[in-house]
Write a protein that binds this ligand. Sequence first.
Ligand SMILES: [Zn+2]
Length: 144
Amino acid sequence: MTSLTAFERQHIDNRCAAANSKIWVTFRKEGIHCYPAAATDPALATGDEYDVSFLGTPHRHIFHFKVGIQVFHDDRDIEFIQFKRWLENLYSGKESVLQLNYKSCEMISDDLFIQIASRYPGREIFIEVSEDGENGSIKHYPAN
Ligand SMILES: [Zn+2]
């Protein structure tokens, strides 16, 4: 056990109290993707090893989400499982307001942010969205 002076301990306690805390949850949703421009844009339909013209055809992904939100105290300010269930219900069920189809990961992220910020105003939020856990976006949204 390291022995600290009272000053050193106070400094550590102050840093602990100043921590910016977030909780995070993960979930996955199926979506159909399509990027019609990829079929004809010469920057995308290149005809060589960089050709991604196949993105112009509807294809399935499992979108992987990781959502973090600022919390203001350490005792379940936002309860993980309830937060996760609410997020999942935004895409299905009777509270469904969002859709994944035909959107980029960045667009999906912004749509989700608008819903979270409406329910939990004044909190920093980050959202990761990926296609099948392979490639995706990360967005950090400021509190205000
Ligand atoms: Zn895709």
